[in-house]
Each structure stands twice: as C-alpha cells, then as structure tokens.
Design a protein around this ligand. Structure first.
Ligand code: CMC
Length: 392
C-alpha cells in the first residue's frame, strides 16, 4: 500500500539514531558508549555504568561520589506508597506490583513530570534509580509476608538492595561479598541493549511526551513477557520441568524440535545475535564462580550445561543460529543467591533501568524528534454499505 513497507517485528527498521549502545550481532560485539561490555563487567560498577549510559562519559571520582550521594538521598519511599502493597493480593507477580508502583510515582512526584525541564528530568532520573531497588525489595517482602526494611544510606546500591530484600528484623544481615559482586556484574550486563522491546516501548510511550515515570513503567511491563526479560523465569521453570520429568535433556530437545505444545528452548535465540551473546559467555563463567564460591551445587546447572551442549551440536539450532542468550544462566545465579523465581525479571528491570532512562533522555533531546507512530498494511474488507440493525 503506497510507500508503506511491512516489516514484521521491526526486523529491518531503524526507528531511531542512537549514540548509546553499539551491537554487532554477527560478531557478538556489545559496547556501552564505545566501551566493550567485557571491560565494563570486569572493572566497572553498576552506578558508574548508569552514569556512563545516561551522561555519555565515565564519571570522575568526584562525579561518581556526587551521583551516588544524590541517589542515596532519594531511596526512601513516601509512606503512602507503601499502602499500594497492602492492596495487592499476596500472590501477585512482583513485576505487576513494581510496574504499578513505578507508574504511581507520577502521582507522588508531580514536581518532576515535565520532559522539557532539565532539572525535572534530572530529579525524576535520580528518584527512579534510587527508588526502584526499594520498590522491588518491598514487592518481595509483600510476597513473603515480612515487614518492609527501610533503605540504609550507609550502604552501597547493591548492598542496600540485598539488605532490604533479605534482612529480617532483629537479625544481623551482612551480604556475602561474592553475592554483592556478582549482582553488581549482572546489573551492568543488563544495563542497556539498544532497541529491544522494552527500550523501544519506553521510547514510544515517551515520544508522546508522557513523563519519565510512566514511560519506565511501560518498559517494565514490556520486559515482563517470556520472550523478553521474562525468559529468565521461564528458563528456570523449564529446567525444573526437565528435572521433574527425570532429567532427560534429549527428550526435551526433541520436543522443542517437533514444536510439541509450542515448546521452545527458553534462554536460546536472539533477534540480533547470530553468533553468540557476549553477555551469556560472561554469565556462564559467573554461574560457575558464584555457585562454587557459595559452596552450592545445583542439579539444574548440570541440566543447563547438558541442554546447551546438545543444542549447540544439533542441526535444528545450528541452522537457525540459536545460541544461549543473556537469560540462559542468570536464573541459576539468582537462585543460588536466594531469590525466588518470580523475582528474576525484577532483577533484570533493576539492571535495565539506566538504559531505559538514557534512551528516554536521548529521545527527548533529539532535535526534530517526532511522535512514534508506525504504519500498517490494512488487510480488512473493502468498502461496503452500512446495513441497518433490523435488516441484518
Ligand atoms: N527454541 C526453539 N526454536 C527457536 C527458538 C528457541 N528458543 N528461538 C527461535 N527459534 C526458531 C523459530 O521457531 C524460527 O524457526 P523457523 O524459521 O523454523 O520458524 C527460527 O528459530 C527464527 O526464530 P524467530 O522467532 O523468527 O526469531 P525472533 O528474532 O523473532 O525471536 C526470540 C527472537 C529471542 C524472541 C526467540 O529466539 C525466542 O523466543 N527465544 C526464547 C525466549 C528467550 O530466550 N528470550 C530472551 C531473549 S534475550 C534477552 C531479552 O531480550 O530479554
């Protein structure tokens, strides 16, 4: 129809120019603002990565200290925000609670809703980075029926989140440095991935000039689906199913190949990576390191390793260039850290937040930026005359 071209799933359409993340799917390359993901994950920190993505450059010592201090000052949630959790059913999925509460921040912080005021953009950014760990930890506490633990401002970003999640009243809580380091690394690895479904959602919602809080809430909802961030939960459930049915990996692979019950090998495949996902390589090594450092063994890790080995040697997966993606091994690490399966995608959201924010800022500041408005190819009936109700 005219000049409109159908591009299912936007496989070939670049909707934006962006200077944030470089991704080469054929070569398995991922860089944030030019820095290789391997170097960032090895030597960086999550807050530094957030600063880099949002501001374009790595912070100096003073800049990082100021950024971190500012975030620390905004970690508390308004007491009325806590009441939202009372209204949620106890078995609500944490992703639903988190996206709802993030959306509700726009009712509490009406002084930072304008996308066109630099100061308001800044303060809403700080509020989101500061409050999302608190919102996420409260969702977990709600689910297990424990009292909320207030943020502790003398702790680092990750330590504070772990304490709000895992500490219980009247008991000392000292997060294991292995867990802190591994979670910090996982958050960095998730921090941005250019125009994935959730980031494009944040941009699309933001392109109508909606405020940052609701744009991010939309991104969290887009992330929830099992083909996107929800894959980390789906991988673990798949591994548990295989274990429960006797641990036969070959049978499961056959089921996937025959498309029985629509089965997919969750945590495999990617729209852009046709070689390997560089994040998956780092995470696979981290899974081994974390499990051995915590002195844990997990039969599910053995099942995952066997699945990967058999899939990579199988024509079905080779022909389609299907490799493990970022979600294949993360769940095993989160599980070893003590997170329940339903929190896995929330952890992905915590990591992806700076990327979403960076893209929203880039979009808002783009000169000549336009509202996102895809076209369509109409497939309905041609012109026909209206038939009055009594004549139908
Ligand atoms: N298991 C079995 N077959 C697969 C899989 C899989 N995981 N992924 C793709 N295929 C097949 C697909 O059926 C198709 O086969 P055919 O050509 O015979 O119809 C072919 O491979 C191409 O797949 P596609 O669906 O056209 O690929 P896509 O780019 O549209 O989808 C994907 C990408 C990630 C949604 C998909 O690979 C998938 O569903 N993977 C499982 C879910 C998952 O792990 N998602 C996390 C993605 S990475 C992190 C993130 O985004 O959050």
């Amino acid at each position: 129809t005219g000049l409109v071209t159908l591009d299912s799933g936007y496989g070939n359409t670049a909707a934006y120019k962006s200077a944030i993340t470089y991704l080469d799917g054929e070569e398995g390359i991922l860089r944030y603002r030019g820095y290789p993901i391997e170097q960032i994950a090895e030597r960086g920190s999550f807050l530094e990565t957030a600063y880099l993505l949002i501001n374009g450059e790595l912070p100096t010592v003073d800049e990082l200290a100021a950024f971190s201090d500012e975030i620390t000052q905004h970690t508390l949630l308004h007491e009325d925000v806590k009441r939202f959790y009372d209204g949620f059913p106890r078995d609500a999925h944490p992703m639903a609670m988190v996206s709802s509460v993030v959306s509700a921040l726009s009712t509490f912080y009406q002084d930072s809703l304008s996308p066109f005021d630099e100061q308001q953009r800044h303060i809403s950014t700080v509020r989101l980075l500061a409050k999302l760990p608190t919102i996420a930890a409260y969702a977990y506490k709600k689910a297990i029926g424990h009292p909320f633990v207030y943020p502790s401002n003398d702790l680092g970003y990750v330590e504070n989140f772990l304490r709000m999640t895992f500490s219980v009243p009247a008991q000392e809580y000292d997060p294991d440095p292995v867990v802190v380091g591994a979670l910090d690394k996982l958050l960095m690895l998730h921090a941005d991935h250019e125009q994935n479904c959730s980031t494009s959602t944040v941009r699309l919602v933001g392109s109508s000039q909606a405020n940052l809080f609701v744009s991010i809430s939309s991104g969290i909802n887009a992330l929830w689906g099992p083909l996107h961030g929800g894959a980390n939960q789906a991988v673990l459930e798949m591994l548990e199913d295989i274990q429960a049915s006797g641990g036969n990996v070959a049978t499961f692979i056959r089921k996937v190949k025959n498309r029985e019950d629509g089965a997919k090998l969750m945590g495999f495949g990617h729209r852009v990576y046709k070689n390997f996902d560089p994040r998956a390589k780092i995470i696979k090594a981290a899974a081994h390191d974390v499990l051995s450092a915590l002195g844990k063994s997990d039969e599910l890790l053995d099942i995952a390793l066997a699945l990967e080995e058999q899939a990579l040697a199988d024509d079905y997966f080779v022909e389609r260039k299907l490799y493990p993606n970022v979600d294949f091994y993360t769940g095993l690490i989160y599980r070893a850290m003590g997170f329940p399966t339903t929190m896995f995608t929330v952890l992905f959201a915590l990591g992806r937040l700076p990327g979403w924010i960076a893209h929203w800022h880039e979009m808002i500041k783009e000169p000549g930026g336009r509202i996102g408005r895809p076209r369509q190819v109409y497939t309905g009936v041609e012109l026909r005359d209206y038939v009055p109700l009594e004549a139908r």
